[in-house]
Design a protein around this ligand. Structure first.
Ligand SMILES: [Zn+2]
Length: 473
């Protein structure tokens, strides 16, 4: 644990140039810890500009290799192919993948060892897990070599935002450990010499914490910030409210949470840089991200097959996101249902020259949708925007424990009163249509999740399950 004194160390008094780190320190570390990194980095750098036919061909080659491997070596998939009445050879296009059922989180939890490849030795894989902010954590295995290619993918997508290894960047991020304890921002030698990230914890942020981040950012002056989307918005609003106009970034990469309409411009206005939206997860690393054109997030399409599949009961214009990791052999994820909804994929060439398919919008996690008593799903995004023009409402969150009632929690702003409550009810009525009981309560603050993520809508898993059952019945 670093002491308070270290917090106020001056990185500029120990200048280590980004160039030196990029050319010497990073390569040395990478070649020791990620021996296959450079091969993948070179490969991915080229593949991003492949024309569509070649990209398709490459993806199908990798997909076929993965399916054959899973069929031969993974008991779970062997059975899955047999039950579905297909073999890997029957799958000639991505469209043909639909012959296989999706892989659910609960299958990974209950059939964990059945998903392990018999021919990959234990020494070649590493355990990994998700934080479990939305329920029970997921344990899975990643090839050591896959960690190298994942880093190469991430570095490629960072480069689109102008962030190269060795560049200082701020990291407005959830706590690495879900302990709930507040850790002061510190700079370790490893960060100084290698990662060059200034970690600013978002799990519990008060105005005092944010003021401290401002002091630290003024000393280090990173050009790029990687941030949880809602934390970036929160921080931008804090700066705006306090007249802080000298925290500037060239790029702000936002991830882990949905960026709501209008929020991109708030961040860009306050920090003076460009926002790059990114979609990723622990299971497969970067899934899609904005290029400088910001014309939809490009899928990491040479390492993953991403499907957005329409299914009954989903809101209009959305599909469930299914991911196939083309490189991970020790525990293959084939048509993994990650639990997010998205708009359909856009193909066609982007102005940046890439053909990698694009996702216009992630529509949120399934749990970001409220369920009405008459079995409709309401998007949390549209509701979160309802009070955007009401200064009487500083923050709000919907909480749903059962399908008959919904609670709206409000942090009151100036002028909050009976009129405000009435206005909120009036605006919500077209959505709820009197079918679902609504209670509106004020609270002092709405905290982020232990993971540091903020949720506008929290719907209990049972409510979602009940909804799913009513649909399949
Ligand atoms: Zn592009």
């Amino acid at each position: 644990m670093m002491t308070k004194a270290h917090t106020h160390a001056h990185p500029h008094t120990h200048p280590v140039s980004s160039w030196l780190i990029r050319r010497a320190v990073y390569p040395l570390w990478v070649s020791r810890d990620h021996p296959a990194y450079f091969r993948y980095a070179r490969q991915f750098a080229q593949e991003q500009f492949l024309p569509p036919e070649e990209l398709d061909k490459l993806r199908m080659e990798r997909l076929r290799g993965l399916l054959l491997h899973a069929f031969r070596n993974v008991p779970f998939y062997r059975r899955r192919f047999e039950v579905s009445g297909v073999t890997p050879l029957d799958i000639r296009t991505v469209e043909d993948l639909k012959a296989l059922p999706v892989l659910t989180k609960s299958e990974i939890q209950t059939q964990n060892t059945e998903l392990l490849a018999r021919n990959v030795p234990e020494t070649e894989r590493v355990a990994n897990q998700t934080g479990g902010s939305t329920g029970s954590p997921l344990q899975f295995w990643v090839d050591k070599e896959r960690m190298d290619s994942r880093r190469a993918s991430t570095d490629r997508h960072n480069a689109w935002a102008g962030l190269r290894p060795g560049d200082w960047h701020a990291h407005l991020w959830g706590s690495r450990f879900d302990t709930g304890t507040v850790t002061r921002p510190t700079i370790t030698w490893r960060q100084r010499l290698l990662y060059r990230n200034l970690t600013l914890n978002t799990s519990l942020i008060s105005d005092e914490d944010l003021a401290e981040y401002v002091v630290l950012l003024r000393r280090v002056r990173p050009r790029v910030m990687l941030a949880y989307a809602q934390s970036a918005v929160f921080f931008a609003r804090f700066c705006e409210r306090n007249g802080i106009d000298d925290i500037r970034f060239d790029s702000i990469v936002v991830t882990a949470e949905m960026l709501l309409p209008g929020q991109r411009s708030v961040i860009e206005r306050v920090f003076g840089g460009k926002v790059f939206n990114r979609y990723g997860c622990r299971e497969v690393s970067v899934i899609a991200s904005d290029c400088p054109e910001a014309a939809g997030m490009h899928v990491n399409g040479d390492a993953l097959v991403v499907e957005v599949e329409a299914a009954p009961g989903l809101p209009e214009g959305t599909g469930r996101v299914l991911i196939t990791d083309l490189f991970n052999r020790s525990m293959p994820f084939i048509r993994y249902e990650i639990g997010d909804l998205a708009t359909p994929l856009e193909t066609g060439k982007c102005a940046c020259g890439r053909w990698l398919p694009r996702i216009a919008n992630i529509r949120g996690r399934v749990t970001d949708f409220l369920v009405t008593a008459d079995k409709r799903r309401i998007s949390g995004i549209s509701l979160a925007l309802l009070a955007g023009d009401m200064p009487q409402v500083r923050q709000m969150q919907f909480v749903q424990e059962n399908s008959r009632s919904i609670q709206l929690r409000v942090v009151a702003g100036n002028g909050y009163g009976a009129d405000t409550v009435e206005e909120l009810r009036r605006r919500l009525d077209p959505y709820l249509r009197g079918t679902t009981e609504l209670s509106i309560v004020t609270v002092d603050r709405i905290a982020a999740e232990p993971s540091g993520k903020f949720r506008y809508v929290k719907t209990a898993q049972e409510v979602q399950d009940e909804f799913a059952e009513s649909r399949s019945a």
